[in-house]
Design a protein around this ligand. Sequence first.
Ligand SMILES: *Cc1c(COP(=O)(O)O)cnc(C)c1O
Length: 426
Amino acid sequence: MQFEFSADFAKKMDEKDPLRSFRDEFHIPKKNGEEVVYFTGNSLGLQPKKAREIVNQELDDWAALGVDGHFEARNPWYAYHELFTEKTARLVGGLPHEVVMMNGLTTNLHLMMASFYRPESKRFKILCEKKAFPSDQYAIESQVKFHGYDPKDAIIEIEPDPETQLVDHNSIYEILEQQGDEIALVLIGGMNYYTGQLFNMETITRAARKAGVKVGFDLAHAAGNVKLDLHEWGVDFACWCTYKYLNSGPGSISGVFVHERHADKPDLPRLAGWWGHDKSERFQMKPGFKPIYGAEGWQLSNAPVLAMAPHLASLDQFDRAGMASLIEKAQLLTGYLEFVLKSVSEKAVNLEIEILTPESPEERGCQLSVFTHGQGKELFDKLTEEGVVADWREPNVIRMAPVPMYNSFMDIYRFGEILQSAAANG
Ligand SMILES: *Cc1c(COP(=O)(O)O)cnc(C)c1O
């Protein structure tokens, strides 16, 4: 694709975009009366207009029916989580009985580790990323301590290259080959939240399983962003949140994938609750936990319907758009952002932009993380002042995610113009 940094080009790209109408299905925040350039869908996705209606439906049914809503609401609450199953399975490449929506992401990481981090005499270590998202670091450390180990002995961290900040996959395979018999679990992010590097989950899974190691992925930055084929890849488990790329609202419900090979293991240790109990007996309130076949067997509590409702609106959009089309558009949008960043950097006198995120579309989603050499926080503040919503990380990294669901090529052109004038005045 031959990109041009011009309003005309951006406009033409938007006209040709088969997904362009989805933008109208979202509330776009405004600043000084104008729609902002929203590049933080990797942190909190925008609100689908349908979300309010779908939450209101549950509020109305609650008002009208009280407790009877459990069985008589238009979407009966006792089975509310089942409304997500088919579409979630398509989104992450799982079978319907391999997925369930429940809890928050970090909670689910703990629940999965309770089942799949089973340290034994020699095999007791967890292999994870060096600069994992803090919550994942705390979860992993506390699990290791919970089992009586010292994190210094039981956690192996994958070191990124100090120059590029990226992880060389070979370093993962080497560790698995050399120390595989000491590792109980590989748990890494499908995509690094800081650099935007996408890991090859398929080959990592293959290498881990060959070494007899369980493998789980935190898909916070991957779900709704990149192609996932969790069942085929053979991943043991995965968890994700739905408020980032999946546009389901602050703190919204998390998703879990558990591979079919663990579907029917009632003896697998787990932290259980009544919602994971065999459905036919759930309301008999009998002692003795009998897990539901598949991922639903890990549920603890009845569904938080009001928190889950916006995700129905969002999943419907993902299902209509289809991940394949979204990814096709994402590669164009992100490629265009990369082109615009380079164009501005070339012309600017006192700004040099260095992109940390890998160049290959195979190794990234829609996020680009960039160093702004020569300028710091004041540049970012100027962008913010002019209506660009991006994310700042010390010392001088800006993270931007033009998402295919609602961002336009015009957003990127406008951003380029704002960046150019902010850099010139810096
Ligand atoms: C966003 C994010 C989280 C957040 O965890 P919550 O439990 O949803 O608060 C955890 N891990 C990663 C990798 C993330 O990107």
